[in-house]
Design a protein around this ligand. Structure first.
Ligand SMILES: Cc1cc2nc3c(=O)[nH]c(=O)nc-3n(C[C@H](O)[C@H](O)[C@H](O)COP(=O)(O)OP(=O)(O)OC[C@H]3O[C@@H](n4cnc5c(N)ncnc54)[C@H](O)[C@@H]3O)c2cc1C
Ligand SMILES: *[C@@H]1O[C@H](CO)[C@@H](O)[C@H](O)[C@H]1NC(C)=O
Ligand SMILES: *[C@@H]1O[C@H](CO)[C@@H](O)[C@H](O)[C@H]1NC(C)=O
Ligand SMILES: *[C@@H]1O[C@H](CO)[C@@H](O)[C@H](O)[C@H]1NC(C)=O
Ligand SMILES: *[C@@H]1O[C@H](CO)[C@@H](O)[C@H](O)[C@H]1NC(C)=O
Ligand SMILES: *[C@@H]1O[C@H](CO)[C@@H](O)[C@H](O)[C@H]1NC(C)=O
Ligand SMILES: *[C@@H]1O[C@H](CO)[C@@H](O)[C@H](O)[C@H]1NC(C)=O
Ligand SMILES: *[C@@H]1O[C@H](CO)[C@@H](O)[C@H](O)[C@H]1NC(C)=O
Ligand SMILES: *[C@@H]1O[C@H](CO)[C@@H](O)[C@H](O)[C@H]1NC(C)=O
Ligand SMILES: *[C@@H]1O[C@H](CO)[C@@H](O)[C@H](O)[C@H]1NC(C)=O
Length: 513
């Protein structure tokens, strides 16, 4: 009798004793973390007392996103994601008051992908990519970084995919929000090129959504964010990997008017030249540190044609520095990793493609800099404003057999436009400085929205891109009433209990639309 009970007790005591981060009897005192351990995921749970935990916290791009959950759970497979979801769902309704977050690459805005009171499901270990030659697709894990996806597909298959430009951005968030790529002129947003999704639904069921199976789920994942399930694998249409022609110039700020004209012109011609891509970054973050604003046009021909004439208007403007060379997408993505680690605020708008509107946006940026110099101190912050072409024809690239195969509602913009983002990074200062920057940025937004061009056109389209939007903005509503109705119907169908709405509150939620 005694011998039996000792042998039953010993193994669990041995495990508990060997692990400093899990207390006696394997309980942490945090109900959701305990539920994960009881479900057999003890090896996948990171408590704050383990070394790997802080590394994961620090891997978030925004410093203000580096918050500390009760624990991370790092699943390695769809089955483990399913186990985690089921365990967390049955760990109660969140009483006292704990919730769940989900992350892939960790580049989205703070609190969409991490949580203080609760558990973060960290998909960072699901980061493999694999070329399936006979199907012409790549199977990519949500936690992969684009630089690694490109490098792997280049080496194993000599193919590539419609993904991010900054190599450190994650696959999961990028593709669920849309995804603006060097290849968007040809293929539209990256989500267009997703032929299949493996998804863990709220009840733990794993389904594959394609144009043939669960086509409604397949469509609603193209822009619909975390409202239906956790995507555990993306099947992406591949293309031959051709080295890019890649250019980067640095211009002094006094050429901004010519830059606006060149960008408007380029955007109006994109449909005829879908392999050419350009965007313009304005920043006062210069290596000289003198606070002067510089303009950086970045321009790419995805077929590697160094003779393209598409960029003549921009490259004829005198530059301080310029480069124009061939390189693989893998190399370009590796070289284009914008360093994170500052506390940031960011907003986005969709501007109509009109030089007067772009000039006004630029004027407001310089006004913002003057205000922040005074209120935050020129040495304590930097700004980044980016203008990216969003020509009207891009919406038609989402058509399949005559109907729209995504929920983005890009067709509502109705004419050529510019995706505009403005960000302020607090390089030295506290949350008070961050709040000042956010308030000034919101004020700038209302000024820009009020502006009408000389011919009486409004400056902004009512379309907000979720991947760049602040939490004070409302992208899902901007996708239009039909898409909202469809997305709500899908959320009710695939998540009748509203698990993703109630238990995973971060990010843009249909229940709040
Ligand atoms: C430096 C920088 C460069 C960028 N460049 C581009 C660009 O070139 N083009 C562009 O379009 N955007 C770009 N973005 C924006 C980027 O697309 C978004 O931030 C995107 O959300 C990042 O994806 P992630 O996996 O890294 O994000 P995460 O923060 O990990 O996730 C974003 C959101 O998606 C949810 N989510 C993540 N994975 C899953 C999943 N597998 N299943 C369900 N929900 C999930 C998360 O809960 C979170 O709400 C850039 C952002 C930064 C900071
Ligand atoms: C101890 O916990 C860590 C995470 O907190 C886990 O990686 C490890 O596998 C656990 N070890 C044992 C023996 O349970
Ligand atoms: C996946 O992530 C792990 C942990 O960060 C890392 O060691 C590994 O190199 C990554 N693999 C790929 C293919 O990126
Ligand atoms: C890879 O594909 C490109 C484009 O088809 C081709 O030009 C190149 O020669 C290929 N490289 C290898 C190593 O096969
Ligand atoms: C812009 O400034 C540069 C040097 O700062 C000068 O050489 C150039 O002539 C100026 N151009 C215009 C259009 O003002
Ligand atoms: C580009 O121009 C150079 C020199 O004029 C020529 O040798 C090369 O073949 C051209 N390349 C393409 C892709 O047309
Ligand atoms: C990525 O960029 C870094 C820094 O520029 C460089 O040292 C490294 O060799 C690059 N890696 C690849 C695979 O290109
Ligand atoms: C810049 O930040 C430092 C420290 O955060 C602060 O002491 C200083 O007053 C700030 N400068 C201005 C002009 O506000
Ligand atoms: C295209 O749409 C038509 C009618 O809407 C339908 O009959 C046909 O099967 C569709 N084709 C494909 C390939 O989906
Ligand atoms: C899980 O949810 C889906 C979508 O609501 C449903 O079709 C399926 O039957 C459910 N599975 C189980 C086991 O309840």
């Amino acid at each position: 009798m005694r011998a039996v009970s000792i042998s039953l007790l010993l193994p669990s005591l041995a495990v508990a004793a060997s692990n400093a981060s899990v207390g006696v009897m394997g309980t942490t005192g945090y109900p959701p973390c305990d539920a994960l351990i009881s479900a057999g995921l003890g090896d996948r749970v990171l408590l704050a007392t383990s070394d790997a935990y802080e590394t994961r916290v620090q891997s978030y791009w925004h410093a203000n996103g580096r918050i500390h959950p009760y624990c991370f759970v790092e699943p390695y497979s769809a089955e483990e994601v399913s186990t985690a979801v089921k365990a967390l769902a049955s760990a109660g309704q969140g009483a006292g008051d704990w919730h769940i977050a989900v992350r892939s690459g960790g580049h989205h805005l703070p609190a969409t992908n991490n949580i203080v009171d609760g558990v973060t499901i960290d998909l960072g270990m699901m980061n493999s990519s694999r070329y399936i030659a006979d199907k012409g697709i790549a199977q990519v894990g949500p936690g992969a970084k684009w630089k690694n996806v490109y490098a792997n597909l280049l080496k194993n298959g000599n193919v590539t995919v419609t993904g991010g430009r900054d190599g450190d951005v994650g696959v999961g968030g990028f593709l669920l929000g849309g995804g603006n790529s060097y290849y968007s002129g040809r293929n539209g947003f990256g989500s267009n090129a997703v032929v299949g999704y493996e998804v863990v639904l709220a009840n733990g069921t794993i389904v594959e959504a394609t144009v043939d199976q669960y086509p409604d789920l397949w469509k609603s994942l193209k822009g619909g964010l975390l409202n239906y399930g956790i995507v555990t694998r993306f099947d992406l249409q591949t293309m031959p990997a051709v080295d890019l022609a890649y250019g980067l110039n640095v211009l002094t700020y006094n050429y901004s008017s010519q830059v606006s004209d060149a960008l408007v012109d380029f955007t109006n011609n994109m449909e005829q030249r879908p392999d050419d891509h350009m965007f313009i970054l304005y920043t006062d973050e210069t290596s000289s540190g003198d606070g002067s604003m510089m303009i950086l046009p970045i321009y790419v021909n995805t077929k590697g044609d160094l003779n393209t004439t598409s960029f003549d208007e921009i490259t004829k403007i005198p530059s301080v520095v310029s480069s124009w060379e061939r390189m693989s997408l893998a190399a370009a993505a590796n070289a284009s990793q914008v360093a994170g680690g500052t506390k940031n605020v960011q907003r986005t708008l969709t501007l109509y493609n009109d030089a007067a509107i772009l000039r006004e946006a630029t004027r407001l940026h310089t006004q913002l800099v003057a205000t922040l110099d005074e209120k935050v101190g020129s040495e304590n912050y930097s700004t980044q404003v980016v203008f990216q072409p969003l020509p009207a024809y891009l919406s038609t690239l989402g058509l399949r057999n005559g109907t729209m195969s995504n929920v983005l509602g890009l067709e509502r913009i109705g004419s050529n436009a510019i995706l505009w983002t403005a960000a302020v990074a607090i390089t030295n200062g506290d949350d008070g400085a961050l709040a000042v920057a956010g308030t000034e940025l919101s004020a700038l937004l209302t000024q820009l929205e009020k502006f009408t061009s000389p011919d009486g056109k409004p400056s902004t389209a009512e379309w907000v891109y979720s991947n760049y939007a602040d939490m004070s903005q409302d992208p899902l509503t901007s996708y239009g009433p039909e898409n909202v109705a469809f997305m709500k119907e899908m959320a009710a169908k695939y998540d009748p209990e509203g698990f993703w709405q109630k238990r995973v509150p971060g990010g843009f939620k249909l229940s709040r639309v």
